[in-house]
Design a protein around this ligand. Structure first.
Ligand code: PRX
Length: 650
């Protein structure tokens, strides 16, 4: 982010104190910040979840690994389902599901969800899944996705959900890295009126992931897909012998692995971010309760993310279900069949809490407020944002046009690694500032430090760090202790380095400024520059590639690639499309570069290092910085000439 943009942000002086009526009924009052750290997490550990055996010690902290709620025995699916049913809440709706094709709707009560989880768990057992068996899940936004996750947790089988937009290669890499033995997928998914061939992609992935010995397939579109005898099984007609109506939840140790979520880092290989059972569940449920002020008896909560990302894990599945919430789950895109689809959903179900990403807000902003105006949104009482820095304009638009100029907007900062929201307003307490995530959540110790790791005072800028563990923090990168230590803990000894730039204002409020490493944030999705570069050089015509992000009004950042073709070939429109498709094939459509600039040479220092700073300047159309260290200074000028913007891809 440029200095000018930062100054503009800090000059933002609109203030929105918590409305009095909201504050009066809020789950979190201002004294929540006064509770000592250990007392807070001890209390939440007892109140938010039910233990089969209580924990005997709160925290063991051997940097960089924390253990929480030691000695506790717990099962996530029991906490998300059985205990609510046992408490007489079986008839409460857990999910109000809305399919993308119009008119396809269903609802699942907690009792029904439990029954389906039990059934799938018993099917998985038949397929040999037990405690410790690793399962990959490759599903769209169908109810079988949370059902599959909960069925795994019921059996004590760690899972990894791979976003349905990822390629066969990405799915295979993740399955292989985790050592998955079973894959759960669906025939096809719906997206913007067309079908996405998940099973076909899964077949391709399985060809490269020989460890997967069984594949369970959910029927969604009903179109024919190949099924390999002996390996592939339909869920709907799977016969479990003597079909038991129960499946006892496996008592898990608080520190047993719950799931891996793969995310991009600064190398081509995605990291399997590990989350364990007890601390993760307590962290997700606690933040969900206080940040969203959840009243499970009356609220209709909607997190419009995809469960394939961490947001959906913590705030569509584990947090809300643990809290006994009623959630909306929507299968499709916001503009299908028209741009008022979200608002129709809010009106139909009487949604009270909406949680989404700045990219989506900016898309709605671009389409215009008339789509929201067609619907009665008066049921809403709280709005949330996550995934990327939210510009004050989008924040204020969200509040005015969706929130009737009266609702609190909570801008929540967190990461795949943090597992739970860490910096956020509390809606009944905090005075809101558009563009600021405001304060660390109770019990969280966040700071902004300079290059030397010294804390900067109010008004200062630098790097965001965390100085104390929190229950849902990652327990490391699966199988790669070294990478975990160097990525997060080496830069500032004793502190977790998040990879984000931040500033602190005079009141001590945090303003997040985006990534400071080689990770781009496109529509709230993390993609590493090196991952895209490797996908490009994998193409037979590409000699060299360098990738960087540029600011984009809609998606936050967009991907720009600078490509040198082999044998002095010149770029062409056909080659451009071919390379975009190649990246989509290697990683997934979300990683397609918006622009590709073909250039006979990349700017390099005399020692052969690609000068990324200069490429970023070109991509951002900024005046070029110092070029004197370049081996051939003329190269950049030529690239800048060639960097004629190409139409951005969806
Ligand atoms: O750069 C920050 C940005 O998203 C990154 C984490 O991405 P991911 O692990 O995919 O998780 C996204 C959903 C939690 C962070 O390092 N980010 C996330 N939320 C915010 C944000 N940047 C600014 N403000 C936020 N509220």
């Amino acid at each position: 982010m440029s200095d000018k943009a930062i100054e503009t942000l800090l000059a933002e002086d609109r203030r929105y104190p918590a409305p009095e009526d909201f504050a009066a009924q809020a789950n979190a009052k201002s004294d929540i910040y006064d509770i000592p750290f250990e007392e807070f997490w001890e209390r939440e550990g007892r109140e938010r979840v039910t233990w089969f055996e209580p924990f005997t010690s709160l925290l063991e902290w051997e940097l960089p690994y924390a253990k929480w709620y030691l000695g506790g025995k717990i099962n996530v699916s029991y906490n998300c389902l059985d205990r609510h049913v046992e408490a007489g809440l079986g008839e409460r709706v857990a999910y109000l599901w809305e399919g993308e094709p119009e008119g396809e709707r269903s609802s699942l009560t907690y009792a029904e969800l439990l029954a389906q989880v039990v059934r799938m768990a018993n099917v998985l057992k038949e397929l040999g899944v037990g405690k410790g068996t690793r399962v990959a899940i490759y599903l769209g936004m169908v109810t079988e996705l949370p059902i599959a996750m909960l069925a795994c947790t019921r059996l004590g089988a760690p899972n990894t959900v791979v976003f349905g937009g990822f390629s066969a290669d990405s799915l295979a890499d993740r399955s292989n890295d985790m050592g998955c033995e079973v894959l759960i997928t669906q025939d096809e998914a719906w997206r913007r009126g067309s079908t996405v061939p998940l099973k076909l992609t899964a077949d391709e992935a399985m060809a490269a992931a020989p460890g997967i010995r069984a594949c369970l397939v959910v029927e969604r579109t009903g179109n024919e897909v190949p099924m390999q005898a002996g390996r592939d099984h339909w869920l709907h007609n799977f016969e479990v012998p003597d079909d038991p109506a129960t499946c006892p939840p496996e008592p898990m140790d608080a520190e047993d692995l719950l799931f891996l979520m793969y995310t991009s880092g600064t190398t081509a290989k995605p990291k399997g971010i590990a989350h364990t059972t007890g601390g993760y569940l307590v962290g997700a449920a606690t933040t969900h309760r206080y940040v969203f002020d959840l009243k499970p008896e009356t609220d209709v909560y909607w997190c419009a993310a995809d469960i394939g990302w961490i947001t959906g894990h913590s705030y569509i599945v584990y947090g809300p279900l643990c809290n006994g919430a009623t959630s909306v789950m929507y299968e499709g895109t916001p503009d299908f069949p028209d741009k008022d689809r979200w608002w129709e959903i809010v009106e139909r179900y009487g949604v009270t809490i909406l949680y989404t990403a700045p990219t989506a807000i900016r898309a709605h902003m671009k389409w215009g407020p008339e789509f929201a105006e067609q619907h009665d949104l008066s049921s809403l009482r709280l709005l949330g944002s996550v995934g990327e820095p939210i510009n004050p304009e989008a924040w204020v638009w969200y509040r005015e046009h969706i929130g009737g100029d009266r609702l609190p907007v909570v801008d929540t900062w967190w990461q795949t690694e943090t597992g739970m929201i860490l910096i956020t307003p509390l809606p009944g307490v905090t005075t809101l500032k558009p563009g600021s995530a405001t304060r660390p959540f109770p019990g969280v110790d966040a700071a902004v430090v300079d290059d030397q790791g010294e804390e900067v005072g109010p008004g200062g800028g630098g790097y965001l760090v965390l100085r104390r563990p929190w229950p849902a923090m990652t327990r490391g990168i699966f199988g790669d202790d070294e990478r975990y230590r160097t990525t997060y803990w080496e830069r500032f000894p004793g502190m977790y380095f998040a990879g984000d730039g931040a500033r602190i204002d005079e009141d001590g409020d945090f303003w997040l400024l985006g990534r400071v490493d080689d990770v781009m944030n496109v529509s709230g999705h993390r993609i590493s520059t090196i991952e895209v570069e490797s996908a490009l050089v994998d193409h037979t015509s590409v000699a060299e590639a360098a990738v960087c992000g540029r600011a984009d009004q809609l998606t936050g950042q967009a991907i720009v690639a600078f490509v040198t073709l082999k044998g002095g070939q010149e770029g062409s429109v056909e080659m451009l499309e071919e390379l975009r498709d190649h990246v989509a094939m290697k990683i997934g459509p979300i990683a397609k570069p918006a622009n590709i600039v073909f250039t006979p040479e990349l700017p390099k220092t005399r020692s052969g290092k690609i000068m990324r700073r200069l490429l970023r300047d070109v991509a951002e159309d900024r005046p070029l910085g110092d070029t004197t260290t370049l081996a051939d200074p003329a190269v950049v000028a030529e690239i800048a000439d060639r960097a004629v913007a190409q139409p951005a891809e969806d």
